[in-house]
Design a protein around this ligand. Structure first.
Ligand code: BTN
Length: 311
């Protein structure tokens, strides 16, 4: 209530009436909020007002003002986890609902694509996994990665005004440097998906990076020159994701593909694709309806690239 009325004082009486609890209970909650980093002004005969919010990803911060129907209605918040992906897999297999999200302030074993590590320091980034249970054939699941990339780009733009690019399949770049990584994992039988776990890692408020990635990574704070509220970015991504996901379930992949292509920098360029089966050089023609990259080599042969590092 307090964060939804940032300009006003809310009286203890109004809050206690609204929540159906005593004024002492309101005061105790205010004390709890203060302990977790909120600065709350209390003025006699006027009430309480939030002066400063900590940059936290608690469920109340994410859910305040969130306009989705089901994405983010269940939030699992952890201070530190090995990986939000692992936790999401467990929650999904124990009956966790579609739209549940898992966020952590820190991951000590964050996972990147192709078995790599994902640098996830405490309190600075968004380390989040979403549980989906779509009724689509398992081979279409990679489309959801591309849908996620569009939702993330739109979410970031709505809050910061920054325009990011997509490097196939799922790197989001800002001014040529990596800002976001997306990791899609699936639990499925041959013909039926149990759950899809989409992991999103966003560099938000880091001001420096470890030696190995310092030339290639960036953060919103570095590009924007000021601290960014992480919960607002999550909310905006969830809202954009839900909207696109509903379009996808009703109308299929084509509308999403068109949006994706509008942000893709890989397409129409000469590239090198390093795959498990070797390197291919040539012209990136586009993506198929399954989200597979088509590369025409110098002999005019077209290769389907399912997974690769692109340069
Ligand atoms: C990539 O290699 O580009 C994908 C990185 C994905 C990182 C995110 S952070 C939240 C989720 N939990 C993980 O362990 N990984 C993903």
């Amino acid at each position: 209530m307090l964060t939804e009325h940032p300009e006003e004082y809310l009286s203890g009486e109004a809050i206690s009436n609204y929540l159906g609890c005593s004024r002492t209970a309101v005061w105790k909650h205010v004390e709890e909020l203060r302990k977790s980093g909120y600065e709350i002004e209390a003025v006699p005969r006027r009430g309480y007002r939030v002066v400063h919010k900590p940059n936290l990803l608690t469920s109340s911060e994410i859910q305040a003002g969130l306009s989705t129907r089901y994405f983010g209605k269940n939030v699992h918040y952890e201070k530190s986890v090995s990986s939000t992906q692992e936790l999401a897999h467990r929650i999904a297999s124990e009956g966790g609902e579609e739209g549940t999200i898992i966020v952590a302030e820190e991951q000590v074993a964050g996972k990147g694509r192709l078995g790599r590590q994902w640098y996830s320091p405490i309190g600075t980034g968004i380390w989040m996994s979403m549980i989906l249970k779509p009724k689509i054939p398992p081979q279409q699941a990679p489309q959801l990665t591309l849908l996620t990339a569009v939702a993330v780009i739109r979410g970031i733009h709505a809050i910061t005004g920054l325009n990011c690019d997509i490097k196939w399949p799922n790197d989001i770049l800002l001014n040529g440097k990596k800002l976001v990584g997306i990791l899609t994992e699936m639990q499925a039988d041959l013909d039926q998906i149990q759950s899809v776990i989409i992991g999103i890692g966003i560099n938000v408020n880091q001001i420096s990076f470890p030696e190995e990635i310092k030339e290639t990574a960036t953060s919103l704070r570095i590009e924007k020159g000021k601290e960014i509220n992480r919960a607002s970015i999550i909310k905006s991504i969830l809202e954009n994701f839900e909207e696109l996901y509903e379009i996808y379930l009703k109308e299929g992949f084509l509308p999403i593909k068109i949006m994706w292509e509008a942000h893709a920098i890989t397409i129409g360029k000469r590239i090198t694709a390093r795959t498990m089966g070797g390197s291919f050089q040539g012209f990136a023609q586009g993506i198929t309806d399954e989200g597979i990259l088509l590369l025409e080599d110098d002999l005019g042969d077209t290769h389907k690239i399912y997974s690769a590092d692109i340069e």
